[in-house]
Design a protein around this ligand. Structure first.
Ligand SMILES: [Zn+2]
Length: 118
């Protein structure tokens, strides 16, 4: 099963991330930087919710997939390098989130990933 992370805003204005499931290999993206460079490495991760001002804003369900470049950074525990890589590539994606919120969200989600990685 292939998955693709997507940010969206729910009906109450909360920013959410979901891993859209797809069986099409061309839909599969790295969960960290959205690269399409296969193969991916899977990281087992507990489900988690990130909060902002005490309110849940993002939900992560299931495992995360990483491209080779991101996997190298994760395995070396180079979190800042991973954040910089994801931030740079996030700039190239269209998004409803403003830059500060997007950067804050990426940092929070990555932090929670490392806390919940199995
Ligand atoms: Zn990646």
């Amino acid at each position: 099963m292939n998955r693709e992370p997507r940010f969206y805003t729910d009906s109450e204005g909360r920013t959410c991330i979901t891993m859209a499931e797809s069986d099409r290999i061309e839909d599969q993206l790295c969960d960290f930087c959205s690269a399409r460079s296969h193969p991916f490495k899977a990281y087992k991760c507990k489900d988690f919710t990130t909060k902002y001002n005490g309110h849940p804003v993002t939900n992560s369900l299931g495992d995360w997939l990483a491209c080779a470049d991101c996997a190298e950074l994760i395995d070396a525990d180079q979190r800042e390098g991973l954040f910089q890589r994801a931030s740079k590539l996030a700039d190239q994606r269209s998004g409803a989130l403003d830059e500060v919120l997007r950067m804050t969200a990426i940092r929070a989600i990555h932090g929670q990933f490392f806390e919940n990685k199995l």
